[in-house]
Design a protein around this ligand. Structure first.
Ligand code: CUA
Length: 392
């Protein structure tokens, strides 16, 4: 067998691989197109922060494409022009050509310096704060987001996974984590920034006034454990009046009647051991009011019924989704309590958790509760109650 026929056989196989690769690429591209429909697209900026980045990014792309094309064309051109042929076995060498060497050292360095100056300036700018801004503390959890508005009026307003912001106003974020490193990114509104334990990062967004009524999605973009890919968030850009309405709606706690109904289930399944609900326990309320009790467990459920999604915006907040989640959360999402990376120090119902213990607290399976397994009917009743169906 000649060398040539071996080569031909191999190239046929690699052509099929290439076809498969092209197919895969088309699939990925189609997936990206779908994501852009869901308002998660940095190339369609909707606010000042994302637009500043876009206006820096696009000239860089043009420069990179021009340099890339130049290098490619030069490589092909010189490869053909100086190819081996009779009488030209060893082309003229340019090694040691001082003028050329200085040119190709200084030119890229100059381009990089110019790019660096604009980039560093923008990085500093994006970490800045603004007088008259709304302040929101973002805490990365495993695996969901907490948004705390308390720093604005001193009133305890904090929610999970769904961020409400007024259009046309600067929102200054403080980014913190009490577990591992996450990264906070709302592609349409701003660049990504790490959310890390032991270090406070800052960034801001400012949605255009004309964006009032729009919804954007965000995503954790730093691998943070099993459900990293499920760690989404939803941003509602409200008109200033709608924002005030939403903010006021977050202030009241549950009524004694609501608490009494809820305690039927709470006494058995200890929901309030992990979830804060204003009105359920006076001591906890006081501690939260004073800021002396760190809310380092599950999402605040006081106003769950006003949200549209749950479990880090993974599921639509429907009765069916919610009761199945309450019934057996680990069956629906990786890393909830009962899955491989559960915290070994926790008690059977997931309530044991201290600051020294860096493990996340996942939602347990109440279907498999060791003390009193929950029935689907009970899960449905709890879901109905939380959604406000018999509550109002
Ligand atoms: Cu949080 Cu990835």
């Amino acid at each position: 067998m000649t060398q040539r026929s071996v080569g031909r056989g191999r190239s046929f196989g690699s052509r099929r691989k290439l076809g498969a690769l092209a197919g895969l690429f088309a699939l990925v591209a189609a997936g990206c197109a779908k994501a852009s429909d869901k308002q998660q697209n940095g190339l369609r900026p909707a606010g000042k922060g994302a637009r500043d980045i876009y206006h820096l990014f696009m000239p860089f792309v043009v420069i990179a494409v021009l340099v890339g094309l130049g290098v490619m064309f030069a490589t092909v051109y010189f490869a053909i022009k100086y190819r081996e042929r009779p009488g030209n076995e060893n082309p003229r060498q340019v090694h040691g050509n001082t003028k050329l060497e200085i040119t190709w050292t200084i030119l890229p360095a100059l381009i990089m310096i110019v790019m660096a100056v604009f980039t560093v300036d923008l990085i500093w700018n994006q970490a800045g704060s603004h007088p008259g801004s709304l302040h929101v503390t973002v805490t990365g959890k495993q695996w969901w987001w907490e948004f705390d508005y308390t720093n604005n009026t001193g009133k305890q307003v904090f929610t999970a996974n769904e961020l409400h912001i007024p259009a046309g106003r600067y929102i200054d974020f403080s980014l913190r984590s009490d577990n591992v490193i996450h990264s906070f990114w709302i592609p349409s509104l701003n660049g990504k920034k790490d959310v890390m334990p032991g270090h406070l990062n800052t960034m801001w967004v400012k949605a255009d006034a004309s964006d009032a009524g729009k919804v954007f999605y965000g995503q954790c973009v730093e691998y943070c454990g099993l459900s990293h890919a499920d760690m989404r968030l939803k941003v509602f850009v409200d008109s200033p009046a709608d924002f005030q309405k939403w903010y006021q709606s977050q202030l009241p706690g549950w009524t004694p009647t609501e608490v009494a109904t809820f305690n039927k289930w709470n006494s058995t399944y200890q929901c309030s051991g992990c979830h804060y609900i204003k009105g359920v326990d006076a001591t906890t309320d006081k501690a939260v009011e004073k800021g002396t009790m760190p809310i380092d467990f599950g999402p605040n459920l006081t106003h769950l019924d006003e949200r549209t999604t749950f479990a880090s915006a993974k599921y639509q907040l429907t009765r069916d989704n919610l009761w199945q989640w309450i019934y057996d959360a680990p069956a629906h999402r990786a890393g909830e309590f009962g899955k491989p990376n559960e915290c070994p120090k926790r008690g059977a119902n997931g309530a044991v958790h201290t600051d020294k213990d860096p493990c996340h607290v996942g939602m347990p399976s109440f279907k498999n509760d060791p003390v009193e397994p929950m029935s689907p009917d009970t899960a449905k009743q709890i879901a109905d109650f939380l959604l406000g169906i018999p509550k109002q």
